[in-house]
Design a binder for this molecule. Sequence first.
Ligand code: SF4
Ligand code: SF4
Length: 489
Amino acid sequence: MSHVGSVQKRQQVVQEEEVQHLYANRVRVYPKTVKGPVRRFKWAVLIFCLTLYYALPWLRWTRSPAQPSQAVLLDLWHERFYFFNLEFWPQDIYYLTGLLIMGAVSLFLVTSLVGRVWCGYTCPQTVWTDLFMWIEAKIEGDRNERMKRDAAPMSFDKVWRKVAKHAAWVFIAFWTGGAWIMYYVDAPTVTVEFWTGTASSQVYFFTGLFTATTYLLAGWAREQVCTYMCPWPRFQAAMLDEQSLTVTYQAWRGEPRTRGKRVDGAGGDCVDCNACVTACPTGIDIRDGIQLECINCGLCIDACNHVMERTGRPKWLITWDTYADQAAKAAGQHAAFRFFRPRTIIYLSALVIAAGAMVVALMLRPGIGLSVQHDRAALFVRLASGDLRNGYTIKVVNKAQSPAIFEISTLGLPNAVLTESVENLGPASQLGLPVKADSVGTFHVFVSGQPAMLKDGSSAIDFALRDTLTGELTTYHSVFMGPNTETRP
Ligand code: SF4
Ligand code: SF4
């Protein structure tokens, strides 16, 4: 072998070694089923979340005959979001911004108080993974049985159980994907259309897409989503402090670990049985302290409590507690949980302000909307009379469920005359613009004014819009343009 060849081969070996060091193979997690108060609470949350998710699209809500009767519907085709008796238009996008801010701040607050409970109990990834694991345990048995069967050669028993498990997973994933579609189109209608083959291609495509993602993420990826795909574990540490409640192994009580029977008075309460590790859905050891992989589900608490009961030791060796209390307990003292701390006060204040602003904004939400866009092609036209004329595209939003006439006029340009070219209205100092129910009317309005009213070639102008039925008024600021003073003849 030449010198160059041997160098290349050596480089290849070095690269392969580096790759092995960089990427560890996935160690498959076989969580053991546990029973106890935490598990029961987790089931209750899971049932609540799934019931809410699957049932909500079927909840009906009384609206006008022209509107959908689904309580919660994101109608992308008609650009509306219905949420019970609220109806949001694309113009209301800032409410969504407000909701997102409130959601983020709530998550910060909850995390700073009780750690990653969102991850452990209500995150969709956790809920569906939990459901899929339950199915797996029902069909393939508990941890030891599954591990033994996976290690065994292929057999009829192994094949039928695997096929049944994946079929059940796909079935649930399909209903999950289907339910997601029902948040975008009327649930009863799309269900009939789906099964009669008359639904749109988008409905079939997105049902397939969400079926596939649910199956892959909850069935195959599982804890890998939390550990590698989700950004939240990376910065949740910034929300925690020594007063945050987290799932904690009480090392001061458990160490040094004692295997088997303890000689009275010697050693800690941990019998090093690994029950907490085998129960963990992310496969970690809580005794190693707070870890990025820990979703704070608390299943290790139930697992350890059983061991403590069996061995006649006090329960709650693993418990929910704060770092401050654990440090105090290690010194024979106790540190009470503090709800109000600088960070929780900041989060709480931000949440109250955001919620208050949202409520006020919703209460003061206008039923009409106006937008005005000045023509760009010709900024102004000089008429035979010597007056100047500007063109504007005017959009009038009528959120009411009945047609309405909107009176439009201008302020700031004395003796202005308006004409409208689509409906052929005017000339007059104010026009009546007809707009259909629950829709946006588009008009092209010309405003004529005298050049003497302009200062330095332009004048500020306000369009005033009034609902003739309700008297509701709104204005839009714009500009009336003419030739610049220096160039004016
Ligand atoms: S260590 Fe305990 S709380 Fe954390 S993920 Fe595992 S079982 Fe859940
Ligand atoms: S389950 Fe409890 S006793 Fe067993 S290893 Fe974990 S902490 Fe120790």
